[in-house]
Write a protein that binds this ligand. Sequence first.
Ligand code: AKB
Length: 315
Amino acid sequence: MSRKLIIGSSGQIGTELVIKLREICGKDNVVAADIKQPIDEVFYGGPYEEINVLDKERIKDVVLKYKVEEVYILAALLSATAEKKPDLAWKLNMEGLFNVLELAKEKVIKKIFWPSSIAVFGPTTPSKNTPQHTIMEPTTVYGISKLAGERWCEYFFNKYDIDIRSIRYPGLISYKSSPGGGTTDYAIEIFHHAIKHGNYVCFLEKNRALPMMYMDDAIRATIELMEADKEKISIRSSYNVGGISFTPFEITQEIKKTLPNFEISYSPDFRNEIAKSWPSHINDQVARKDWGWRPNIDLDQMCQTMLKQLKTDFV
Ligand code: AKB
């Protein structure tokens, strides 16, 4: 069992990935790392180290200390925050990746997971059934950094044979840890507001559809991709993976099945402009063919789970 280091273990994906990987691989084989302390389950559930992804020597020390073979780089600034802090977003999203790529080139690390995003697409991309290979002209800081990162991943694979794997995550929906600074975050906020206040002011327009995925599917996709035989991986930039697509109006209708008095109103802000530049539905045929990807959770199941879990938390 190769030992894994998850940098960004306090974030939305990191929290759930650490918990799942520890279940599968054993707690001592998964080292969690971040600059901010994670939730107790992650902090006390196995090894934890404070790491800033911009500090290459610190990453190297921890990798050597635990004899880590695989690194997951989940530390990043998401789309909405990146528009406000473009310098920091570029630095964090690019240099963090580069530090780990360099360590793999120096043969300190054997395998890397790096998350890309549907933000690599732009307004000139076909918005429905967006193919794996298509026009990519992102207009956001975050999208530009993710597209550049994808190119670097493929370059390091071709040039140095580094086993790097990646997924273009859609908006991820979960209840265990909060997202931070994304355009798709409305699809989580809406549940919190529905339960606490019975109403929600949405920062996207009513009919703006975006690709989304329930976190359990995203974690499974990540683990399945990382465990797939090397020969099956034909994409070394990043894979499209599809889940569910819906608009704010459609998710509201689902929530109303459980909470009939829930009210939504719309006040689109700059995040709606970001959303307008992204696809609405993703074609994931290549991931399906290469490593057998299939989403499990539909809109109805996702809404039922979110409402049930959050209601328990608030009681
Ligand atoms: C965001 O909204 O910025 C992220 C993403 C789609 O990558 N959730």
